[in-house]
Design a protein around this ligand. Structure first.
Ligand SMILES: [Zn+2]
Length: 123
C-alpha cells in the first residue's frame, strides 16, 4: 500500500514482525500487513477454534520469554502508529469528499465532537 511503503522502515508483517525480504509474500491491508506464514497460522487457528470459544491467549506467548515479549512491544506500538496514520488518511479523504464529522463519528462508534477532536487537527 502506497502510504505504508512511504514510511522509512522496511515493510514488516504486523503479526510476526518479519521483514518483507524474509517472507514469500506480504499482503497489505489498511494500516497493517500479514505474511504468508501468518496467513497459514491464522487459517489453522480459525480451523481449530471454529465453533468453539476464542482462545484466551495469543498462541505464541507460551514460547516467548519476558525479554522476547519486551522486545516485541515497541513493534506492536509502531503498528498502532501505522494504523492511526492510515486511519487519518482515510478520514482526510472522507472530509475531502464532503462527508460530515457526524457520519465519520457514527461510523467509528463515537460522536461528531469526538471524531472532530481526534482527526481535525484543530483545537
Ligand atoms: Zn507474519
Amino acid at each position: 500500500m502506497e502510504t505504508l511503503d512511504a514510511l522509512e522502515e522496511p515493510a514488516r508483517c504486523s503479526f510476526c514482525d518479519r521483514e518483507e525480504s524474509r517472507v514469500r509474500k506480504l499482503v497489505s491491508g489498511p494500516g497493517v500487513r500479514i505474511c504468508d506464514q501468518c496467513v497459514d497460522l491464522a487459517g489453522k487457528i480459525v480451523d481449530e477454534y471454529r465453533g468453539e470459544p476464542a482462545p484466551p491467549r495469543f498462541p505464541g506467548w507460551e514460547t516467548l520469554t519476558d525479554e522476547q515479549m519486551l522486545d516485541r512491544i515497541p513493534r506492536i506500538s509502531a503498528v498502532v502508529d501505522q494504523v492511526e496514520a492510515e486511519l487519518r488518511l482515510w478520514v482526510r479523504e472522507l472530509r475531502r469528499r464532503g462527508v460530515t464529522w457526524a457520519r465519520i463519528g457514527a461510523a467509528l462508534g463515537t460522536t461528531r465532537q469526538s471524531a472532530w477532536e481526534r482527526f481535525s487537527g484543530e483545537e
